[in-house]
Design a protein around this ligand. Structure first.
Ligand code: ZN
Length: 203
């Protein structure tokens, strides 16, 4: 199982971190060990002093494929949820400054959180999907799938030019503006429309 993540897929978020708006999807990966298993506590990583949440829509791949066209792409995922791409922002800033890869900031154990899966229906994709994140009951991030620079189908087509897609692979499709720091004791809740998908305490 592979975990793909899209960086800078919302203009407002790219700008809040001072990044250029990309002309093709920015793709990075997390290993399987990055996935927080259900009913497992999430601990603040000891190597960071600036842990950021990034709420994202996550797709689950249901069909093996390579060189998938945009037109075919919607057949390759059948489940969606809201998740968190946890980021050690202090480490990422240091790596970015040095032009080094991001894994130590992004791909560590338990850095990928998933909500409850929802089956994807054609109706769900016909209008923009609203998702959001609350920290201690206060809304800190809100996103609309129609604000993505690269749509689900464009992302899948692009990824499949480089990597084979396999059943069970996950795609974190990028975070909207409003990323921020979290501390021990914070309670993060992810929402797909009005439906709560996860509730996570930082231990
Ligand atoms: Zn992200």
């Amino acid at each position: 199982m592979k975990i793909f993540c899209v960086g800078r897929n919302y203009v407002d978020h790219a700008k809040e971190l001072g990044n250029d708006v990309p002309d093709e999807p920015v793709i990075f990966m997390k290993p399987k060990s990055a996935l927080l298993q259900p009913n497992t506590p999430f601990y603040y990583p000891e190597f960071s002093n600036e842990l950021h949440y990034e709420a994202e829509l996550v797709l689950r791949i249901c069909k093996n494929g390579k060189y998938v066209t945009e037109k075919q792409a919607s057949r390759y995922y059948n489940a969606i949820t809201v998740g968190i791409d946890f980021t050690a922002r202090d480490i990422q800033a240091d790596l970015k400054k040095k032009g080094l890869p991001w894994e130590k900031a992004k791909a560590w154990d338990n850095s990928a959180v998933l909500g409850t899966w929802k089956d994807v229906t054609p109706e769900m994709l016909r209008k923009p999907i609203n998702f959001s994140l609350k920290n201690n009951g206060e809304q800190v991030q809100t996103g609309l799938s129609s604000d993505m620079m690269f749509s689900f189908d464009e992302i899948i087509a692009h990824i499949s030019n480089y990597f084979s897609l396999n059943i069970g692979d996950l795609i974190y499709t990028g975070t909207p503006a409003g990323v921020g720091e979290c501390v021990v004791g914070d309670i993060l809740e992810g929402f797909y429309e009005a439906e709560q998908m996860f509730k996570l305490e930082i231990k």
